[in-house]
Design a protein around this ligand. Structure first.
Ligand code: B12
Length: 211
């Protein structure tokens, strides 16, 4: 593994923002691609953080600092992952469902969609069904991308779809869902229009809705 890539990996594991940001700069200077930095160091490290949490070696504070370090690295990579798109090809409302504070995956999905030419209306985390509906009404977005990382908060996805139904907007908007516990089967079961297991495929699914 390249030294800078290793440094970023360790920085995320240690939750050390400075180590991650200097590592990302160094890797970019060494011409490591933004995608390689993201996949080989940051996402791989976050997967190990999750494993350490499951094994009882890491606790919530370690998750928090790891997430902060990863977000810092993402900030630097964002302009490189996002291609220059002059006219947006469509609008996507993104958000993590009610009760859920995980936003790294949702942010990555937003970055990849922006790179594919969409304008992103990011509602943040803990987004209620009413707020999702409101955002679509205000922006005229064609697509909603909902994220959930907890098995308990996944249940708020069908509630959000129901809210679009009740607002009379279900036929005008495509709803896609994702997040670690979410599956294609679950998407079908709750009547979502699309699912993707990762951020780059999420962008492809969104593109298929507007083309
Ligand atoms: C970082 C983290 C946190 C951080 C989040 C910080 C932040 N700003 O996001 C903090 C510390 C806040 C946190 C808190 C908690 N967490 Co947590 N957390 C994680 C951890 C380690 C990593 C998640 C992550 O960012 N992964 C990296 C990103 C890139 O991956 P991703 O989110 O899966 O996203 C990808 C895909 O899923 C997909 N995707 C994501 N969203 C969408 C949306 C659409 C539309 C599409 C198409 C695709 C898509 O694309 C993304 C990129 O490829 C996971 C473990 C894990 N392995 O997932 C646990 C984990 C999710 N957390 C867990 C738990 C239990 C909690 C807490 C309840 C802990 C506690 N006791 O307080 C709280 C809940 C707080 C809340 N109400 O939300 C459990 C969930 C168990 C379950 N099955 O429900 C996990 C799985 C850990 C574990 N193994 O037990 N956590």
């Amino acid at each position: 593994m390249d030294a800078a890539v290793k440094q970023i990996y360790q920085g995320v594991l240690d939750g050390d923002l400075d180590v991650v940001t200097t590592g990302v700069q160094a890797a970019l200077e060494e011409k490591v691609t933004a995608e390689a930095i993201l996949k080989q160091s940051m996402m791989a490290a976050m997967a190990e953080v999750g494993q350490l949490f499951e094994d009882g070696e890491y606790f919530v504070p370690e998750l928090l600092v790891a997430a902060r370090a990863m977000q810092g690295g993402l900030e630097i990579l964002k302009p490189l992952l996002v291609a220059e798109a002059v006219e947006p090809i469509g609008k996507v409302v993104t958000g993590t469902v009610k009760g859920d504070l995980h936003d790294i995956g949702k942010n990555l999905v937003g970055i990849m969609m922006e790179g594919a030419g969409f304008e992103i209306i990011d509602m943040g985390t803990d987004v209620s069904p009413e707020k999702f509906v409101e955002a679509v009404k205000e922006s005229g977005a064609q697509v909603v991308a909902m994220s959930a990382l907890l098995t308990t908060t996944m249940a708020n996805m069908p509630d959000t779809i129901k809210a679009f139904d009740e607002a009379g907007l279900r036929d005008t908007v495509k709803i896609m869902i994702g997040g670690a516990p979410v599956t294609e089967d679950y998407a079908k079961k709750i009547g979502a229009d699309g699912y993707a297991p990762d951020a780059s495929q999420a962008a492809k699914v969104a593109l298929s809705f507007v083309s």
